[in-house]
Design a protein around this ligand. Structure first.
Ligand code: GAP
Length: 527
């Protein structure tokens, strides 16, 4: 995508609709109007997400000698998050539009210039109603009609009317004055209304623990973790002591994280509950920068392997001043989503910041003893931190395809295909008897299903014409369909007895494979 902000809303709408229709992703508590920023994975989404996590875990933990796994608790001691700087520090400056109540990130408002109209209050002559409170509107276009500012101001004051029969148009404004404004950020760019002063908005979910949970008891307060990383830092010493590991080594974790995001948006992209796949890779200080580069390459290769187009992945070398204060180097890996180029993962060199903080706050030594040099030091950390839900969303966006086809009768048709890599696809194979009213075909098909089921996720379907059943599988991304047909029964050509038709999702080509070779044939193609 040439332009970072290029979007394709129509494509995104189709993807969101398919996700619901086919059971990939549903809005959480949809029955009750929806829980904003929370999502439930349906039967296919749950399989897809599991497959992604399994590949990530296999590549990063099981196939490596130097990385160990961890599964930490979600409820987090407040001391952990105080030491890490999250308590009191993990917040966004927010302001509210005085007219619409829309909440905006104060640090993301573009500076504006123009003429501000100030008022002291408003009244309604006939009823004798009045209100006195200052309010302002910015007109940021040259030669804008001043009545626009007056209309906005009247709408603002009308909020305080008790008698809702009175129209805002009937109000009189008090004390109008104007001023020239340059590069100000305290007006809503959407409507010119004055905003509240910025306030820090806590991003963490706080909770009370225990039966006698007392708000003032620090030990009764816990947080839902805002990142999985902190339990890794806090357990780093236990992992070393119980596993006799040597630097460099990593601890990996997949798990839920929670952030009270102000504006959850773009489907699952920015959620309030999400999963992370994080590695904290501990190393000697002198190796940190080089390992950050190596991890970047490793992570890009991973995305290629799971089926994201390398052309749609972009690396942003986060410049000085925009990185977290403890990071000497951060790469953001971004992906071309239909709603624009957005972050999938951050690869950050965190130095000794986290272990240093936990050593200081806990008063317990977290140094590493290097047997060869007899030195004691706090290891440095490189952190590849990926979003699991974001990667699932990227996989869905990447896979979605609408292929123009010409049918046998010459009519044009569109085939919807989810082109997942077989290792990621929710269902690996569909087993389809050609006809459901031919007991021999059904019996054979069930035998084949039973043969494959212990090894992979199989879907058995006997309803509708075979062509329609193929299309249903295309739409959910099943890479292979196995049809049990008359040749399988060997009725016409005995040499084809106990062979099946395999139909490939992407090319729609078909080939025959004998049932005895089928399991191996599939296993070699689905990993
Ligand atoms: N431990 C470092 C850390 O948490 P982060 O950049 O805040 O860094 C890492 O988060 C990754 O987690 C992001 O690149 C993104 O993929 C995912 N992530 C963060 N906030 C998210 C949200 N609100 N919804 C979905 N994924 C999110």
């Amino acid at each position: 995508m040439a332009n970072k902000d290029q979007t394709d809303t129509a494509r995104m709408e189709k993807i969101v609709s398919l996700c619901k229709r086919k059971g990939f992703i549903f809005q959480s508590a949809e029955l009750y109007g929806g829980l904003n920023g929370c999502w439930d994975y349906g039967p296919l989404g749950a399989e897809l997400k599991r497959n992604l996590k399994e590949v990530w875990w296999r590549k990063n933990v099981q196939e490596r000698e130097d990385i160990l796994g961890l599964d930490g608790s979600i409820l987090t001691h407040q001391a952990v998050l105080t030491a890490s700087g999250h308590v009191g520090g993990f917040s966004d400056p927010m302001c509210d539009c005085l007219l619409t109540k829309a909440r905006l990130r104060a640090d993301q408002i573009e500076p504006q210039s123009g003429v501000a109209y100030h008022y002291t209050g408003a009244s309604h002559e006939e009823s004798g109603w009045s209100v006195e409170r200052p309010y302002s509107v910015l007109l940021n276009q040259p030669n804008q009609d001043e009545n626009k500012a007056r209309k906005t101001a009247k709408e603002f004051y009308a909020q305080f009317l008790k008698d809702k029969q009175i129209s805002f148009k009937q109000l009189s404004l008090h004390g109008e004055t104007t001023s020239e404004e340059e590069n100000v950020t305290n007006y809503n760019p959407e409507n010119g209304s004055l905003l509240t002063e910025p306030r820090d908005f806590e991003l963490m979910f706080k909770t009370q623990m225990g039966a006698s949970a007392d708000e003032n008891d620090p030990n009764a307060t816990a947080y839902l973790r805002p990142e999985t990383a902190q339990s890794i830092f806090v357990q780093y010493k236990n992992v070393i002591d119980s596993n006799r590991v040597k630097l460099p080594f990593g601890i990996a974790q997949i798990g839920k994280a929670f952030r009270n995001e102000i504006n959850p948006r773009n489907f699952t992209f920015r959620s309030r509950e999400f999963e992370q796949m994080e590695i904290e890779y501990f190393c000697k200080p002198e190796d940190g920068l080089a390992l950050t580069d190596q991890w970047l390459e490793n992570r890009l290769a991973f995305y290629d392997e799971i089926g994201l187009d390398p052309e749609k992945l972009h690396v942003l070398d986060v410049p000085d001043g925009e990185r977290a204060h403890y990071s000497q180097k951060t790469y953001d890996i971004e992906y071309d989503f239909p709603f624009g180029q957005q972050e999938l993962e951050g690869v950050a060199y965190r130095g000794d910041y986290d272990l240093g903080k936990h050593q200081k706050h806990s008063g317990k030594p977290l140094e590493y003893f290097d047997e060869s040099t007899k030195e004691r030091f706090i290891p440095h950390v490189v952190e590849p931190s990926a979003g699991c839900d974001r990667t699932v969303l990227a996989l869905i966006c990447e896979a979605f395809d609408e292929e123009d086809l010409t049918k046998q009768d010459g009519k044009q048709d569109i085939r919807t295909v989810m082109r997942f890599k077989p290792a990621i696809a929710p269902i690996k194979v569909a087993v389809l008897p050609l006809l459901k009213n031919k007991p021999e075909l059904v019996e054979k098909a069930k035998e084949v299903r039973n043969l494959l089921q212990p090894y992979m996720n199989v879907f058995y379907d006997e309803a509708a014409a075979i062509g329609r059943r193929y299309r249903r599988q295309d739409e959910i991304g099943t890479p292979f369909c196995v049809a049990i047909d008359f040749e399988t029964l060997g009725e016409e050509d005995p040499s084809l007895k106990d062979t099946v038709t395999i139909r490939h999702r992407d090319s729609m080509k078909q080939e025959r494979v004998s049932i005895k070779d089928l399991l191996t044939w599939l296993l070699t193609r689905i990993r």
